[in-house]
Write a protein that binds this ligand. Structure first.
Ligand SMILES: [Zn+2]
Length: 242
């Protein structure tokens, strides 16, 4: 699922206004923004091949036209150490990338690296909405588990049903006697939690424990900055000290 907002910053969004030396100007009636300040409308500075590179880079999340130009310039300056290895890596991944038939992860092999990793605990399956969530949990390096990537959430409005996100396949995997626990690591959104409830019901008949991530105060978080929902969850899920 696309994470709206994560890439919503960057120079393409009113960079010229933020550059005004006096913040008072921002409250005055906004003048028509001069088009020449928009990097997208600048004249070409390089040949069509490099311009195409810039256009493609600007489509990446978190990169706008200005960052794309900077990245492209860095690449062409560092042809041997950056551009050529990057082009090779892109080609190889482009040729081999596939979706794991077992867990829905994206990798260059099917079954994926995680499914084939014998060091992982076969009794644990962590269910996530997106591959980005799998990568995030792997960064935390707490559990050496296997995963099940749904690729979305159930959504009546968008016409996405349980089988569109492979819940039947998850139930099948969870039916394996080796699996003892399914951890629902869904986003704390209405859609994520609706999907988690549905999965819990589907797994009820099986001999597996179903758990979900705790919600509450983030590490390093200050209570005064937290929203009411997070504070309420933290209080409701309080646990003994120590
Ligand atoms: Zn896999």
């Amino acid at each position: 699922m696309p994470k709206a907002g994560k890439s919503g910053f960057g120079p393409e969004r009113g960079g010229d206004i933020l550059a005004l030396p006096n913040r008072q100007f921002r409250r005055a009636a906004p003048p028509e923004r001069p088009r020449t300040c928009n990097p997208e409308s600048q004249v070409s500075v390089a040949g069509p091949e490099i311009e195409r590179l810039i256009t493609l880079l600007a489509k990446l999340p978190g990169l706008g036209p200005r960052s794309a130009r900077r990245a492209a310039l860095h690449m062409v300056k560092k042809r041997e150490s950056v551009l050529t290895p990057l082009a090779d890596a892109l080609r190889v991944v482009g040729e081999r990338v596939t979706v794991c038939g077992r867990c829905g992860n994206v990798d260059t092999a099917d079954p994926c690296t995680i499914c084939l990793d014998a060091q992982r605990d076969p009794s644990l399956i962590i269910v996530v909405e997106d591959v980005a969530d799998l990568w995030a949990l792997e960064r935390a390096a707490v559990l050496r588990a296997r995963y099940h990537v749904l690729g979305g959430t159930i959504s009546a409005i968008d016409g996405i049903g349980p089988e569109d996100i492979g819940i039947g396949r998850l139930v099948e995997r969870a039916s394996d006697p080796a699996v003892r626990e399914v951890i629902l690591a869904m986003n704390a959104t209405v859609e994520g939690q609706t999907t988690a409830h549905y999965i819990t019901e589907r797994l009820e008949a099986l001999d597996v424990a179903v758990s979900r991530l705790a919600s509450g105060v983030p590490i390093g978080g200050e209570l005064d900055y937290l929203d009411e929902g997070t504070l309420a969850a933290a209080l409701n899920q309080r646990r003994p000290f120590g």
